[in-house]
Design a protein around this ligand. Structure first.
Ligand code: ADP
Ligand code: ADP
Length: 218
């Protein structure tokens, strides 16, 4: 479970997130919807301890991210694509992440298979398309088999087949009882993917409700 409790984040004069409160529950896909610049990434970064809240607090299963034992086994996250070192192979990138988190090497081959990158595991990430980088980021998020997952705009750069694949993956992860938060600026995409929506604009909460209450029978 993810708890965002009265979180405000300011960057100088810009209020990116404005007294935002919501809870992300396990067993369903929660869509985090809002236009570009609404504050979705910043909220996720606060949850992940990458940005410090100006006010309020975010916790994962009751702990601030920095207090989580074995963070990668507790929370998986996909932020922007391309965070992997371009000169490394996909395998090496994941192997390095696994090793620094004491995750067994066999899990690396497993997640490469899960995201469909097994055929290009030895190729350098530099040559990857945006879609392949997204898949690699998702593999990294899944590496620790975490019960809590955050995906920031995961369908960006994916072709229609990749979009359908992500949709299925998110639904499977939720069906396994995991807590899944996925951001998007695309209402139509969220309507096909999410069970529950948290809608924000200008850093503020607009709606926190089951999908059918927000979009009807679209
Ligand atoms: P979203 O993910 O919904 O597109 P963001 O969280 O990226 O929105 O951005 C929310 C607002 O905060 C925007 O106005 C953005 O320009 C601003 N912002 C985000 N990160 C920074 C930063 N590191 N420094 C200054 N402003 C930022
Ligand atoms: P680099 O390109 O920097 O040599 P690699 O991705 O080739 O990095 O490999 C990183 C580590 O993972 C090395 O210890 C390598 O032996 C091991 N390794 C790479 N590919 C596999 C694989 N398919 N199965 C098992 N171990 C592998």
């Amino acid at each position: 479970m993810i708890d965002v409790d009265g979180v405000t984040k300011r960057f100088g004069r810009t209020t990116a997130v404005d007294d935002l409160t919501f809870t992300v529950r396990p067993g369903r896909v929660t869509g985090f919807l809002g236009p570009n610049g609404a504050g979705k990434s910043t909220t996720m970064r606060v949850v992940l301890g990458l940005d410090r809240a100006t006010a309020g607090r975010a916790t994962i299963d009751g702990h601030a991210y920095r207090d989580l034992p074995e963070p990668l086994r507790r929370v998986g996250a996909l932020l922007e694509a391309g965070s992997a070192h371009g000169g490394r192979s996909a395998y090496h990138h994941l192997w390095w992440l696994a090793r620094s988190n004491r995750i067994g090497r066999s899990r690396v081959a497993e997640v490469l298979g899960l995201v469909g990158l097994d055929g290009v595991a030895r190729k350098r990430v530099r040559g990857f398309s945006l879609g392949m980088k997204q898949r690699l980021g998702i593999a990294a998020a899944l590496l620790g088999d975490p019960p809590v997952l955050l995906f920031d705009e995961p369908v960006n750069g994916l072709d229609p087949e990749g979009v359908r694949w992500i949709r299925g993956l998110l639904r499977d992860l939720a069906a396994e009882g995991r807590t899944v938060l996925v951001s998007s600026h695309l209402m139509a995409e969220m309507a096909l993917t999410a069970d529950h929506l948290v809608v924000i604009a200008r850093g503020r909460l607009l709606a926190d409700a089951p999908l059918d209450e927000v979009v009807g029978d679209a």
